[in-house]
Design a binder for this molecule. Structure first.
Ligand code: GDP
Ligand code: MG
Ligand code: K
Length: 274
């Protein structure tokens, strides 16, 4: 009997809790995440010879540090104490949901994209080419209707099949100027022996975005004076740059998502929309 730790992550209202209930039935435990009032739900599921510990993470749109929910989800994901993440996606609202997916992929999180609410997407006439989407994102894609228990067996099958995924981090091209800075930041992170467990490219991007939690983590890990050298490098480049790096990073992320959607999703033409 092999144990797997599986976390459900995704936007609010994507059907995470419904999926959690579907997977775990009455084998649930409700508590709190340490130090915060955010509810923590865990439960168990069984498939073939596998025993799955399932964790329902708080729903978030982003993995910044702006709410307790985001911090809980992010801390869990950066700590890496899980085998695989099931990213529950509302198929009827793919654009918005993929923004979160892309953030997970950039962090190097091993995940399966779960296209939930497939019934809602169908009602709206949205057709998703799963094979294409899977190719473009480099991960497995499974379609489900959690509220009707549809696709659960296939999801369990894929969960077990993908249990040993490792470091499939997505690399979006942020353009020469930002890419040069990312490379130099990574070089310094390596030189200073910054956490090997955290994806270095992701850390560099977060530092360039001045993410407060990333800065705190950096200072904790390598000390304030070395951290200052990295912050100075970034500040110096910002001064010289014509465009705001934060904007470039966000724009390029959306460009990537738009391209993925254009190549894998067919929407009804305006006139035949129901
Ligand atoms: P969470 O915020 O991600 O935990 O989402 P919930 O599990 O609470 O689900 C939000 C709403 O969507 C609930 O009313 C569910 O019954 C409903 N829901 C969940 N999965 C599906 C699905 O596949 N199809 C449809 N039509 N509704 C769903
Ligand atoms: Mg929920
Ligand atoms: K893994």
């Amino acid at each position: 009997n092999t144990e797997l730790k599986v976390a459900l992550a995704g936007n609010p209202n994507s059907g995470k809790t419904t999926m959690f209930n579907e997977l775990t039935g009455s084998r649930q435990h409700v508590g709190n995440w340490p130090g915060v009032t955010v509810e923590k739900k865990t439960g168990s599921a069984f498939y073939q010879d596998y025993s799955l510990e399932v964790i329902d993470l708080p729903g978030t749109y982003s993995l910044g540090a702006y709410s307790e929910d985001e911090v809980v989800a992010r801390d869990f994901l950066t700590a890496g104490d899980y085998d695989i993440v099931l990213n529950i996606i509302n198929s009827a609202n793919l654009d918005r949901n993929l923004y979160f997916t892309v953030q997970l992929l950039e962090m190097g999180v091993d995940l399966i994209a779960v296209l939930n609410m497939a019934d809602e997407a169908e009602k709206k006439g949205i057709k998703i080419d799963k094979k294409k989407l899977s190719q473009l994102l480099g991960i497995s894609v499974v379609e489900t209707v959690a509220s009707r228990g549809k696709g659960i067996d296939r999801l369990l099958e894929q969960t077990v099949k993908n249990r040993d995924l490792s470091e499939t981090a997505l690399k979006i091209d942020y353009g020469q100027e930002v890419e040069n800075l990312i490379s130099e930041t990574i070089k310094m992170l390596k030189e200073y022996d910054f956490s090997k467990q955290i994806n270095q490219r992701w850390a560099a991007i977060k530092l360039i975005e001045h993410d407060p939690e990333a800065v705190k983590l950096l200072e904790r890990e390598i000390g304030v004076s070395k951290a200052k050298k990295i912050k100075s490098l970034i500040a110096e480049r910002e001064l010289k740059a014509e465009d705001d790096f934060d904007n470039i990073i966000i724009d390029r992320k959306y460009e990537f998502i738009n391209k993925v959607i254009a190549e894998s999703v067919q929407r009804p033409k305006a006139e035949d929309e129901p």
